[in-house]
Design a protein around this ligand. Structure first.
Ligand code: SAM
Length: 285
């Protein structure tokens, strides 16, 4: 069964008595090469367990099941579950869970299903909740090998931006703490049904196996990034002191200079490493 064929999708959904749910960000792939390409490139280890978020009717799930040891797919839409039992019935290495990923205890899920295998994430993410899902995965504490996601083109640009560029934002700086993101390929809006308004791209994040940065106060480090980008147009000094009025401006200025920037720099010029250094300089006794 070609799960990327429009008539097949319509027939399966018709039989189940359901239609596309916009509130769940349902844009299903209708170009078979895309799920194949994503599955081929999401990790280098075929002995992995893959956590998929939002399998839809299972087009990507099937390609993952053919390539990797185990697939656990979490789908929020109850209406899709009977379809998934049908489309994935032939695979004994796939488990479908009907749940909201944002309410799922990922540590527990991985413990329960991974059997010590390396774990990677692969998903064509619902666009309405892309960044919260990514942050939820990164902050879960699970040591994923990689996270490969289809996201809107502009989000892909943000995730893979270099410090100082227009696309660089808080999510880029935070992401740099966990791993390295690279854009794999672009996917045009016409490859989905219903077609979204904008094109998409697939991004793969390879997580550091060993922590690259160890800020003295991780919470402060994160808040510093947040503060720097909340008021993007302000200089870093003004953005940070607006959020932390107790920080001494002079100390802040000299700390910024000590990490190699000028005192009037804006936050968007600081790399993840710079934010770690600045956070450490400001939390030094
Ligand atoms: N994987 C399919 C494909 O590539 O054609 C469907 C991708 S579609 C963009 C996003 C999928 O995520 C939908 O099946 C939707 O129901 C599901 N979804 C949306 N929000 C979710 C959530 N919070 N937790 C789990 N699944 C979710």
């Amino acid at each position: 069964m070609d799960l990327c064929n429009l008539s097949v999708i319509r027939e399966l959904m018709g039989e189940a008595g359901i239609t596309f749910r916009k509130d769940y960000g349902q844009n299903f792939l209708i170009n078979r090469m895309i799920p194949e390409e994503i599955a081929d490139n999401c990790t280098d280890n075929s002995e992995s367990m893959i956590l998929e978020i939002g399998p839809g009717i299972g087009c990507l799930t099937k390609e993952l099941a053919l390539r990797y040891k185990k697939v656990v797919a979490v789908e929020i839409d109850r209406g899709l579950i009977p379809i998934l039992s049908k489309t994935l019935g032939e695979f004994d290495n796939v488990t479908v869970i009907n749940a909201d990923i944002m309410k799922t205890d990922i540590v527990k899920l991985v413990e329960e299903y991974s059997d010590g295998m390396p774990v990677s994430v692969c998903a064509n993410l619902p666009y309405y909740i892309t960044t919260p899902i990514l942050m939820y995965l990164l902050e879960s504490g699970v040591k994923f090998n990689s996270i490969t996601v289809m996201v809107q083109n502009e989000v892909a640009a943000r995730l893979t931006a270099k410090a100082g560029s227009a696309d660089y934002g808080a999510i880029t700086a935070v992401l740099g703490y966990y791993g390295e993101a690279r854009r794999l390929f672009k996917v045009s809006a016409g490859c989905f049904t219903p077609a979204p308004k904008v094109d998409s791209a697939v991004v793969r994040i390879d997580l550091y196996t060993k922590k690259r940065y160890e800020p003295r106060d991780e919470r402060f480090f994160r808040n510093l990034i947040k503060a720097a980008f909340e008021m993007r147009r302000k200089t870093l000094v003004n953005a940070i002191t607006a959020k932390y009025p107790t920080i001494d401006k002079e100390k802040l200025r000299s700390s910024i200079i000590s990490i190699g920037h000028t005192e009037n720099v804006r936050g968007e010029r600081l790399s993840t490493e710079d934010f770690v250094k600045l956070s450490d300089a400001l939390t030094q006794n």
